[in-house]
Design a protein around this ligand. Structure first.
Ligand SMILES: NC(=O)c1ccc[n+]([C@@H]2O[C@H](COP(=O)([O-])OP(=O)(O)OC[C@H]3O[C@@H](n4cnc5c(N)ncnc54)[C@H](OP(=O)(O)O)[C@@H]3O)[C@@H](O)[C@H]2O)c1
Length: 333
């Protein structure tokens, strides 16, 4: 496959608002011995990209400074040590950066084959949220079939993924979201109960249920939700933090931890070593891909925008009006 010398991409000119995302031209990335080069069909937009643009979430050492943590596309070259992929293979992949571009370098072990029945562009919506949900809920929190799960931010990219993965796993899923429209969207994709947190008190609703709490909580809000979450957990409950949109500082009564034998955990995906991402990728291919292939899990996609409209994509995300994922497609004009 002929790969050009240069490519269109989106760079962060300076830390700031969505307008600092500027289209420019750069050399096509060179790949390492354990990497592949992907001609990008689409790149997923994730909230961590917004934090990177604001200057609050710098790219880890060795990663591209371009935003973009996941892509789908076609492999156009493979590194010397790579024997698992060949030129022409269609994949989606987790990246440490560099997704907002026509070409992206990816670690071969972070690439995954296309699940049957999903189109190449839509597959860009999967890696970042699926890896995050898998690692936090299934690995760290050991979510079991038959257990109940509370997901805050149910209509987010992460939330819409968590709902469907937990339902496919045989769990009861309760979500919180900030509008009636978002609550309805969560119910449509499988949530058993959606609580509009702007109008209802999720703590009393969850504690008033017959089961008197949930087994596992996935939280991206933090702030006063930290203490509220501890109140919502049942005996032996588990709580995973993946972000603190309302802040990570709070006054908390830890007594429930002892009395209910609770576990509090959390993680950030981007900085985890390649070996950890490889392990997650294998689990995802084995367990989650069949759910995609049998229709139990479809990425919920709000908008697909041309790459040049990255600023618009970030503005939409920051307004929090979207439901599910936003993608950027270099081939769209
Ligand atoms: N730790 C990790 O490895 C990891 C990986 C990926 C993402 N994340 C984090 O997970 C979160 C979701 O990511 P995403 O890409 O799915 O984002 P997203 O689609 O933009 O969703 C964020 C959601 O959070 C809610 N929200 C926004 N600002 C809020 C605020 N100040 N207080 C409370 N709720 C707020 C909004 O829902 P409502 O309108 O319903 O309030 C929005 O739907 C982000 O915070 C991201 O940084 C963590």
């Amino acid at each position: 496959m002929n790969t050009p010398q240069s490519m269109r991409c989106i760079e962060i000119k300076n830390p700031g608002g969505p307008e600092v995302l500027v289209e420019t031209s750069r050399p096509v990335p060179t790949i390492g011995d354990n990497q592949v080069l992907i001609k990008v069909a689409a790149a997923g937009v994730n909230r961590p990209d917004v934090f990177q643009r604001l200057g609050q979430y710098p790219a880890p050492e060795g990663a591209s400074d371009l935003p973009g943590l996941e892509v789908s596309g076609v492999i156009t070259s493979v590194g010397r040590n790579v024997d698992t992929w060949k030129i022409g293979d269609q994949v989606c992949s987790l990246l440490t950066g560099g997704g907002y571009a026509e070409y992206a370098a990816a670690d071969a072990v972070a690439c995954m084959p296309m699940p049957a029945g999903l189109n190449l562009v839509d597959a860009a919506a999967l890696p970042e949220t699926v890896f995050t949900v898998w690692y936090n809920l299934f690995d760290r929190c050991r979510l079991m079939p038959g257990e109940s799960l509370l997901v805050h931010g149910g209509a987010s990219g992460i939330g819409t993924t968590a709902i469907q993965m937990a339902k496919a796993h045989g769990c009861e899923v309760i979500v919180t979201a900030g509008s009636k429209e978002k609550c309805n969207a969560c119910l449509e994709i499988g949530a058993d109960l959606a609580i509009n947190y702007r109008e209802q008190d999720f703590v009393s609703i969850i504690r008033d249920r017959a089961e008197k709490g949930v087994d596992v909580i996935l939280d991206m809000v933090g702030g006063d939700y930290i203490a509220k979450n501890l109140k919502c957990l049942r005996q032996d409950g588990r709580l995973a933090f993946i972000a603190f949109l309302q802040g990570s500082m709070s006054e908390v009564d830890f007594m429930p931890l002892m009395l209910k034998r609770l576990t509090v955990t959390g993680s950030t995906l981007r900085t985890r070593p390649t070996s950890v991402k490889a392990t997650i990728a294998r689990s995802v291919i084995e367990t989650v891909w069949p759910w995609v292939e049998n229709g139990q899990f479809r990425p919920k996609i709000e908008r697909i925008l041309p790459l040049a409209e990255a600023s618009e994509a970030h503005q939409t995300m920051e307004n929090s009006g979207h439901i599910g994922k936003i993608l950027l497609a270099p081939q769209e004009k």
